[in-house]
Design a protein around this ligand. Structure first.
Ligand code: LLP
Length: 426
């Protein structure tokens, strides 16, 4: 579906004029389409047909409580990477029994809390972590269900910062060491090994690396089977990309069906395995936009700048990964002269740009929408330069709801304190 469209030359999000939202809330402001978030999740879920499965939304992509709640209402599971994300899922009404806990550095406290709430399983990334979980579970008199997150050493075509499946990456257990770790796990009394997991990277636009990873993981399932380990699930991670520019990744249903087809051709011995996936970006990425206002136009000889009121602290992806986001004006028709603009924010860094060399016919005061900003936008935002984080809005048909109010300067400073008055020594 297309959540952002033009009606009579004006930008709309579902049935709401973008102009009406900024009039009420000001800018910068994130907006999300509820219908798109839901339809993306459902597309993943329904493509599994009768196969036992769980779609665990990757909370890190966008952890706003309202987004989590909308997904929890559909029956979504959640992939978390911290105790904070676990509390968000619980507060949003997510079921702990559908939570998968990933990440290389789980603390003792986080492990304990996850065990208390009764999560589905931990995806374990090292032998040391396995022993730690065993110990914490022992102290609580519980058995921890775990999957080994293996690193299948698959090379993928994505930004190096978001590739995770290569041998040299910090993630996962090298696949050739996994059988040894599984054997050791048998001697840990408070561990039950129930699955294998892998996640090879993010913003992948082709099926081939996913299929390759699946083949390698299935070989390991066979090895483990031969040594008497009977697994209950396979977690194939997230990573399905979206169209930012001209990429044409598989749709969620095509992604799931390609995996299911591969599983089927590999034989009937995997039929009993529950399949878990952890998509983040593909669910929320194109459902969100960052709305911003042009404050000043600057023509410096050879370059033209549009200084906007959103910045790298609001959307870090262009600065961090040189990521490309489409930037469009709210109004389709303009009397202004078009220039090639660098779209820059007020932060004191040369890396503070949201787009470069964009042809736009704009004037100071105009509003712009930065598209494909629903994933890793607000969740990676910061207060750098003491900038309050943007407001967030969920559009639902012809209504909209504020799902995060704009931070105030007081919010930002409230955890801080001054030193005590200095004592005057006489
Ligand atoms: N599962 C695990 C274990 C992950 O590490 C990730 C993402 C996901 C699932 C979800 O991946 P997705 O379906 O969203 O691709 N900040 C970067 C992306 C970092 C992804 C980190 N891991 C960006 O803005 O492009």
């Amino acid at each position: 579906m297309e959540p952002f469209t033009f009606r009579n030359g004006e930008l709309y999000a579902e049935g709401v004029a973008a102009a009406a939202i900024v009039e009420e809330l000001g800018t910068p402001c994130y907006i999300y389409s509820r219908a798109m978030v839901e339809s993306q999740w459902l597309a993943f879920d329904q493509a599994f047909g009768g196969r036992e499965h769980l779609v665990c939304y990757a909370v890190k992509a966008n952890s706003n409580l309202a987004i989590l709640n909308v997904l929890a209402r559909l029956g979504s599971g959640f992939d978390i990477v911290s105790g904070g994300e676990l509390e968000r899922v619980l507060r949003a009404g997510g079921e702990p029994s559908k939570v998968i806990y990933s990440g290389v550095g789980k603390t003792v406290r986080e492990i304990g809390r996850a065990l208390e709430t009764g999560i589905h399983a931990f995806n374990v990334e090292s032998e040391a972590e396995l022993e730690q979980i065993n110990q914490v579970a022992g102290g609580l008199n519980k058995i921890a269900s775990v999957a080994l997150r293996v690193n299948p050493d698959v090379d993928i075509n994505t930004h190096p910062y978001v590739a995770t499946g290569l041998k040299e990456s910090k993630f996962g257990i090298p696949i050739d060491m996994a059988a040894g770790v599984a054997a050791d796990a048998r001697h840990l009394p408070n561990i039950r090994l129930v699955g294998l997991a892998c996640h090879i990277g993010s913003q992948l636009t082709e099926m081939a690396p996913f299929i390759e990873a699946l083949e390698r993981v299935l070989e390991l399932v066979d090895d483990l089977n031969d040594s008497g380990v009977d697994l209950a699930y396979l977690d194939l991670g997230g990573g399905l990309g979206i169209g930012y520019y001209d990429e044409q990744p598989p749709e969620p249903d095509e992604f799931v069906m390609a995996l299911m087809e591969k599983l089927q051709t590999m034989g009937t011995r995997y039929r009993h395995l529950q399949i878990i996936i952890e998509p983040g970006r593909a669910i929320v990425g194109n459902a969100g936009a960052l709305l911003t206002q042009v404050m000043y136009l600057k023509h410096n000889g050879s370059r033209n700048f549009a200084v906007i009121d959103a910045a790298m602290n609001d959307l870090m992806r262009p600065a961090l990964y040189d990521a490309w986001h489409e930037i469009i004006p709210f109004a389709q028709h303009s009397q202004q002269e078009a220039y090639l603009y660098d779209i820059v924010g007020p932060v004191c860094e040369s890396g503070d740009f949201l787009g470069r060399d964009r042809e736009l016919a704009i004037a100071a005061g105009d509003y712009l929408a930065v598209l494909s900003a629903g994933a890793y936008g607000s969740s990676m935002s910061s207060n750098y330069n003491t900038r309050p984080r943007a407001a967030e809005v969920m559009v639902d048909g012809d209504r909209f709801h504020i799902i995060r109010r704009r931070e105030t300067i007081d919010d930002l400073m409230s955890p801080e304190s001054l030193l005590p008055e200095s004592q005057v020594v006489k």
